[in-house]
Write a protein that binds this ligand. Sequence first.
Ligand code: GRG
Length: 297
Amino acid sequence: IGSKNSEGRVTDPITLTLSAIEQRLDQLLPNPSEREKVSLAMREGTLTPGKRIRPLLLLLTAQDLGYQSSQQGLLDFACAIEIVHAASLIMDDMPCMDNALVRRSQPTVHRKFGEAVALLAVVALVSKAFQIISQAEGISDSAKNLAVAELSHAIGVQGLVEGQYQDLSEGENPRSPEAIALTNHYKTSTLFCAALQMAAIAVGASEATRDQLRHCSFNLGQAFQLLDDLSDDSLLTGKDPHQDLGKSTWVNVFGARKSEKQLRDHLGYVSLHFSQACQHSRQTQQFVEQWFAQKLA
Ligand code: GRG
């Protein structure tokens, strides 16, 4: 990552893809004046640097599957996923949810702009994401329809919303491993699933491939959430530490060692299903393996 050619230009494809995502996000979001607070909050919540892992995986997977149509259209699909993710983080941080003070090393959006503006920015971002999909160039109407169905499913009561609800609910505590995995599926795997499915839809992949990618996303979301929980540090996130300790995460219930073993088991399934979905090109699988290896080193 970050390799340069003899003229000092970055040539690494991942770095180039990440910078294309940043540029396109910047173009797609409104360009407001100082007085347009909701638009400013939309930009703040989205453009503050993050990992961009979901849009990156969408683009890499589509390439592995042999995507050959408009690069801009696919980039727009990828940005729509990131915009929904950004909206979910703004909402997650609000006082009625996780009550976080800091996100991506910055004061949370509701602290900068107030709760009302933050909430309006969430609604505006979600609607922006669907507008972007509907206008993506070089992608057929039927593919756009399927993409809308995937993304709306991932957000709703069988996706992020349910995951967030379960995360906030004071159910049986400590929860069973199955219950924790289900919450992680809803709150994290579903958006990874939408990303990989949108790649498959853009390519017109077979149902068998799409099924492999669903299994892949389930395990990827579990692994990602376990990593997030393992690295969750209330001093860094500014979250209320009591609120976090009370949560039934794998790490809180089973400890770090067992959680890391569980994470590695999920990664094994991620590789298996990626290799079955993308048999001719393995860049996404290799990227994911290297990405996690770096984080776990
Ligand atoms: C309004 C779209 C919308 C949803 C409402 C609030 C909510 C329901 C869902 C939130 C679910 C949630 C916070 C899941 C956590 C997922 C997760 C692991 C986030 C961290 O992702 P990273 O590490 O973050 O990719 P960066 O900052 O790098 O983008």
